[in-house]
Each structure stands twice: as structure tokens, then as C-alpha cells.
Design a protein around this ligand. Structure first.
Ligand code: PBG
Length: 324
């Protein structure tokens, strides 16, 4: 026998011992399920690049949320898919009280008041330019965009949303939204900031889902450079100081170091967005039989938790909740 006083394998010797020594767990409580809304009734449009995910009209969306709540998922991030005819330079449709998005928020909160509803604050689903900010002469204007985002966030708060989530990456938007919400008496509406949102190629399937790809150029003047981590600390410092209630890192899997960095430096709950491309890769490989989709899903989500995320926004939410 080799004389070894430390044998780490002892802590892996059985199912029960492995359970005792397990450091990280997935909980249904940590999941946020992103949902895509379309106009109409009894309409369901599957998204080819996101197997298992579809754009839903409000009636079907309500059923889907009710079903998810039975599975133990309580939080939902809602995104609207609009026809080109509803889009303009100023994203006017984003604060139209009679538009599908605000109507849906009102109806979901009326029928399912205990669901935690998270709205998206960014111009891209409503913008004829497909950018998250106002475009002038090929440039994305920062301060002019804030005014539009504030109108959007206040309208969403008025419709009854629990949390607004600015995903636009304009400078100063968290403080600007906090002030606008507070001025209108919505001191209870939380802000989940997309703090470190990278200019990532992993958003491809999502842009298919919303038909929201930029009409020119890319998002590199506002979304972060994938090569940078320290910059995430600046963004976090600003969002923290400006009153964010949650800090988000997006995407998740290629940015686990950034999740860890923010989790170590900030006392706020950290959310990670396991984005559409991350979902599509696993689904694609699994459908070819190249890897075990369920095991890779669980391992990926666990890795995101281990890095320090408290919350995971994931298209796998329903699948994983059914297993937990
Ligand atoms: C845009 C937005 C994007 C996503 C969420 N909000 C895409 C983008 O920045 O172009 C991507 C989510 C995903 O890929 O799952 N405001």
C-alpha cells in the first residue's frame, strides 16, 4: 500500500458521500425563463435555431407561464417580436399602451400576479435600425437614448412589471431609469442591470427570434469587448452606485471569470444569461447524438452557479426544472 494520508477519492466513494460533499446545486428558485411574445391568437412560431422554443401569442404565453409555475419556475423575462411595420427610428411602439408588449404585461400580472415578470429595456425589438440606441448618421447616441429608455421603463412599470432589465449598454442608464421610475412613484420596481454585456456572436439565434439584427454595423460601440474583464468592474461599480438591484453577466459560459469577478466584488445577487447561442450549440450537438444533451445542460448550468451566479436566465429552465 502506498502511504497516502490524503486520498481525495474518499469523498467521492458513493452517491451519498458525493451528495454530502457537493458544493453547488441548481435550484428552481434561481431560474429565469426567457419568453418570446408575438401578435395574434393561438399562434406558435417555433424558432429553428432554438429547438423547443417558440414565439407565442399572449393566450398561449399565459398557458406556458402557468405551466412553468406548476414546475416551480417563478420568474420570466419577456421579449416582444414585432413586425417591421411597427418599428421606427425612435422605438415609439415601446411605450404604446395598446402595443402587444404592455398589454401582455398587464394581462400576465392580472391573471398570474405571483409570477415575477422581468421586462426588457432596449430599443432593438422596436427599432427600424435594429440597434439598442437611437441612431444618427450611423452613430448610436447615448444621452438621447436614455430619454427613450426611461419612457419605456416607466410604461412597463405602469403596466405592472416587477423588474425592469436594461439590456442596452448605454452609459448612465441605470441611474437615469431609477430616477425616472422613482419620480413616477415606482420605487418598488427593481432594476436588473445587464452590467457586463459583451458584443457576442452567441446572440445569433435570439436575433432570429426577434428579427432584431442590426441593419448596419455591429454593437461594438456599446456592448463590451470580449477580451476585457477589468472593464466589467467599471460597469459594475457604476450600476451599483446608480442603484441596480441585480448585476448581470452575458453571455455566461465564455465569461465565467467575469461572473466570478463580479460575485467576489459585489454584494448584489449576480445573474448570468445563458444565451441563445449557448442553448443552440448544446441542442445541435445533442440532436446529432454527439453529446448527451441533458448531462451537458446540467453540467453547464452547474458551472455557471459554481462561478458565482445566483440566478441563471436560461432557455433550458423548463427542461431543468422538470428534472429537479
Ligand atoms: C438586445 C438583447 C439581446 C439579447 C437579449 N437582449 C441581443 C443583442 O444584444 O443583440 C440576447 C439574448 C440571447 O441571445 O439569448 N437588447
Amino acid at each position: 500500500m502506498v502511504d497516502l494520508s490524503r486520498r481525495p477519492r474518499r469523498n467521492r466513494k458513493s452517491e451519498a458521500v458525493r451528495a454530502l460533499t457537493q458544493e453547488t446545486f441548481l435550484h428552481k428558485e434561481d431560474l429565469i425563463y426567457p419568453l418570446f411574445l408575438i401578435e395574434g391568437e393561438n399562434k406558435q412560431e417555433p424558432i429553428a435555431s432554438m429547438p423547443g422554443i417558440a414565439r407565442l401569442s399572449l393566450d398561449l404565453l399565459l398557458e406556458e407561464i402557468a405551466h412553468c409555475m406548476e414546475l416551480g419556475i417563478r420568474a420570466f423575462a419577456l421579449f416582444p417580436a414585432l413586425p417591421e411595420s411597427k418599428k421606427d427610428r425612435f422605438a415609439t411602439e415601446s411605450y404604446n399602451e395598446e402595443g402587444i408588449y404592455l398589454k401582455a404585461i398587464r394581462e400576465i400580472k392580472r391573471q398570474l400576479p405571483s409570477a415575477c415578470l422581468i421586462s426588457d429595456v432596449a430599443m432593438d425589438p422596436y427599432s427600424s435600425d435594429g440597434h439598442d440606441g437611437l441612431v444618427e448618421n450611423g452613430k448610436i447616441l447615448n444621452d438621447e437614448t436614455l430619454e427613450i429608455l426611461a419612457k419605456m421603463a416607466v410604461a412597463q412599470a405602469r403596466a405592472g412589471v416587477d423588474i425592469v432589465a436594461p439590456s442596452d449598454m448605454m452609459d448612465g442608464r441605470v441611474g437615469y431609469l431609477r430616477q425616472a421610475l422613482d419620480n413616477e412613484g415606482f420605487t418598488d420596481v427593481s432594476i436588473m442591470a445587464y452590467t457586463a454585456k459583451y458584443a457576442s456572436a452567441f446572440y445569433g439565434p435570439f436575433r432570429d427570434a426577434l428579427d432584431s439584427a442590426p441593419k448596419f454595423g455591429d454593437k461594438k460601440t456599446y456592448q463590451m469587448n470580449p477580451a476585457n474583464a477589468k472593464e466589467a468592474l467599471i460597469e459594475a461599480e457604476l450600476d451599483f452606485a446608480e442603484g441596480a438591484d441585480f448585476l448581470m453577466v452575458k453571455p455566461a459560459l465564455a465569461y465565467l471569470d467575469v461572473i466570478k469577478l463580479l460575485a467576489e466584488h459585489y454584494p448584489l445577487p449576480i445573474a448570468a444569461y445563458n444565451v441563445s447561442g449557448e442553448y443552440a450549440m448544446i441542442k445541435a450537438a445533442a440532436s446529432q447524438g454527439w453529446l448527451d444533451g441533458e448531462k451537458v445542460m446540467l453540467e453547464s448550468l452547474l458551472g455557471i452557479k459554481r462561478a458565482g451566479a445566483k440566478i441563471i436566465l436560461t432557455y433550458f429552465a423548463k427542461e431543468v426544472a422538470a428534472l429537479l
